[in-house]
Design a protein around this ligand. Structure first.
Ligand code: ATP
Ligand code: MG
Length: 664
């Protein structure tokens, strides 16, 4: 996305003085000084931060071990749950709110303090131990966004078990695959949950998954079943399988409230989490304890400029890395108070998200471009309505490139021009933010730009031969040295980790994304490397063309892929979803193509515009372009079975609708 395609660059004003505090980064010079130290002497830099946490025995971060073999304070032992909960309670903050839990139905609310959470975590730790779970064992969690989910994650951490959270929207087959892969003996599941208008019977899905796993030769010994107050359930006592299923409430009530902390080595695995599967079969990314803990906490503190008393709200589900690092770990490790929302942003009305922000006085909101685009135009946020929700200071986005138009709406309308926008670029594999603008007073933000590396991240761009691109330029985005939260392995397949991330250019961590560095040294993500197109000798990122397409008022969303072209090498094929009530027509097609021609140039105008009733998205909301590439290449003859793994799609019927709309 070229900066020239955007509106004038807004400067971030000084945040409003309530609550009164100095920003963690009061100036750009403060960022540069810390960044320089994080690169020049990473051991000392991270050791100083790590010393704010509780550890047993000491040693140093050794980045020299190389990116494939990062180890962080390997001789120290720690416990993440202790650092997230007990540390605050012993400092006298047990009564502080950890979660304002907001139910799917408006008005259904629960308040969970640090002391409440620590109590559930300790009892739950004992329930797991009583079922034979020991240090290093994997426990699968299949639960919605209720406080019991972070509690179960922390209970695993407390006893040294490794959690594997499976997003509550996945099918029995997907869940079974992850259970078998990790050989988990214990599964924690929520009985049923309301998500928007739908009631989802999670336990029934999990029961079926356990049958599939058993047929594949792996038997789960224990299933712990939680209930969400208010969710309708079809299952009753009769559905509980004797000897296997346990009621969470009963077990927790009966369990001892004292649970001995398992002090684990810093490099002990904390969790395994599968990537979204946007580009292929999801990878089971494994994160360590100490390095992940320190990095998740530090990125949370600086990126959101979190201060005691602030209320943070991330809409991400704990089924994804964002929910791990910026719901469960980063915020609690900072003693933060946050909103935990069970439902979807537009239920029962599109104003729900804004009502939540207003009700709790949210200071930092963190969401995804897909949510921002969906809400834009649907309901005015409170500022635009009546000047309320003035507490917002930092607005974050994550998951996909944000097109400048959506960015401007987020900045101008939601943030009333006085909030910092932090467009955080990172991956399941990086564990925490790797590049992001930081909320530094006076910083010139650039809509759609990830701007600068976080502390300890040495970003570089490589050309196709593996040579580093200097100065202004474009290339494959790589990271040159180890950072504390780098993934440690791919679960059960270390070879896949070395091959996928370090195989092509040894010594560099390959992100799989492309980027451009501008004259100020700031980074613009251009999309996944697979999605960088080469049309008549012009290199162009899908993100750039999609941003131009959605500038047209009739376009709701767009996805661009390339198809082979005899003359141009590649030609562009656009899938375009129109705003509700807009009729597709030949004139509209011409207008939309003209929009791209004006914004970028004639070479970028798509040869084909396919009217898409909807776009295929992963359950984390990302457009799955590999499926669109196959449809564009195969044309009207494409068969459903040619499309590869579609199990991580939210709504597989979208694909049939696309196959039916050829030539329309
Ligand atoms: P898989 O690796 O299985 O294909 P995935 O890459 O979608 O799945 P995640 O780790 O959830 O899985 O997503 C990370 C990717 O999301 C990044 O590599 C990048 O392509 C995209 N991304 C995340 N945040 C941003 C952002 N702020 N700007 C642009 N792209 C982003
Ligand atoms: Mg990825």
């Amino acid at each position: 996305m070229a900066p020239t395609a955007c509106a004038p660059l807004p400067a971030q004003p000084v945040p409003p003085p309530v609550p009164p505090h100095e920003p963690h980064l009061p100036s750009l010079a403060a960022y540069h000084a810390l960044y320089a130290r994080s690169i020049a002497d990473p051991s000392a830099f991270w050791r100083d931060i790590a010393d704010e946490f509780t550890w047993h025995s000491k040693s140093n971060f050794d980045p020299a071990a190389g990116p494939v073999h990062v180890s962080f304070l390997p001789d120290r032992r720690t416990n993440v749950a202790y650092n997230a909960l007990d540390r605050w309670i012993s400092a006298g903050h047990g009564a502080r709110v950890a979660f304002y839990a907001e139910g799917n139905e408006p008005g259904r609310r629960r308040v969970v303090t640090y002391a409440d959470l620590a109590d559930s975590v300790a009892r739950m730790g004992n329930v797991l131990r009583a079922r034979g779970v020991r240090k290093g064992d994997v426990v699968v969690l299949y639960m919605p966004m209720v406080p019991e989910l972070p509690a179960a994650m922390l209970a695993c951490a407390r006893i040294g078990a490794v959690h594997s959270v499976v997003f509550g929207g996945f099918s029995s087959e997907a869940l079974a695959g992850r259970i078998v892969d990790s050989k988990a003996n214990v599964v924690v599941v929520t009985e049923a949950i309301g998500r928007g208008k739908k009631q989802i019977q999670l336990k029934a899905i999990a029961d079926r998954a356990l049958e599939i796993a058993e047929a594949a030769g792996h038997r789960v010994e224990h299933q712990i079943v939680t209930k969400v107050p208010g969710a309708e359930s079809v299952s009753d006592e009769a559905c509980m399988v004797a000897g296997r299923d346990v009621d969470w409430d009963e077990a927790v009530r009966e369990a001892d409230a004292e649970c001995e902390v398992e002090w684990v080595e810093s490099e002990h695995p904390l969790f395994v989490l599968y990537t979204s599967g946007s580009t292929g079969k999801p990878k089971g990314v494994v994160h360590s304890t100490g390095g992940y803990m320190v990095y998740a906490a530090t990125t949370f503190k600086y990126t959101f400029d979190y201060h005691e008393g602030d209320v943070f709200f991330s809409t991400s589900d704990c089924g994804w890395i964002t929910g791990h690092s910026y719901v469960t770990y980063g915020p609690l490790l900072n003693g933060a108070t946050q909103v935990l929302y069970e439902g979807v942003p537009n239920y029962p009305t599109p104003a729900r998200l804004w009502e939540i922000c207003e009700h709790y006085g949210v200071n930092q909101l963190y969401t995804a471009p897909t949510v921002i685009r969906a809400l834009k135009g649907a309901a005015p946020p409170p500022q635009a309505r009546d000047g309320k929700a003035e507490a917002l200071r930092v607005l974050g986005t994550v998951g996909e490139p944000i097109n400048p138009e959506a960015w401007m709406w987020y900045y101008e309308v939601v943030g009333a021009r006085r909030c910092a926008i932090v467009d955080t670029w990172w991956q399941t594999e990086t564990g925490g933010h790797a590049m992001t603008p930081l909320p530094i007073p006076g910083l010139q933000m650039k809509p759609g730009c990830a701007m600068m590396p976080f502390f300890g991240i040495q970003a570089a761009l490589l050309n196709g031969d593996g040579a580093e691109v200097e100065g202004e330029g474009e290339g494959l985005l790589v990271i040159k040295s180890g950072w504390p939260a780098a993934l440690r392995t791919v679960y059960g397949d270390h070879g896949r980790m070395e091959e996928a991330y370090f195989g092509r250019f040894p010594g560099y961590y390959m992100t799989g994304d492309g980027a451009r560095r501008d004259a100020d040294g700031h980074y613009w993500l251009t999309g996944r490397v697979d999605d960088i197109l080469n049309v008549s000798g012009h290199r162009i990122g899908t993100a750039e063309v999609e941003s131009a397409l959605v500038l047209h008022h009739a376009v709701a969303e767009a996805a661009v892929v390339s198809v082979g072209h005899a003359v141009k090498g590649e030609s562009l094929y656009a899938f375009v979803s129109l705003m509700g009530g807009v009729e597709a027509s030949g004139d509209l097609r011409a207008e939309i193509r003209a929009c791209v021609r004006n914004e970028i140039g004639a070479f970028a105008a798509p040869d084909a515009v396919h009217w898409a009733p909807a776009l295929p998205k992963t359950r984390s909301g990302k457009i799955m372009r590999r499926i669109l590439r196959k449809i564009a290449a195969g044309g009207a003859r494409t068969r459903r079975e040619d499309l590869g793994d579609t199990s991580t799609l939210t709504d597989p019927s979208v694909v049939d609708a696309l196959l039916d709309t050829f030539g329309k």
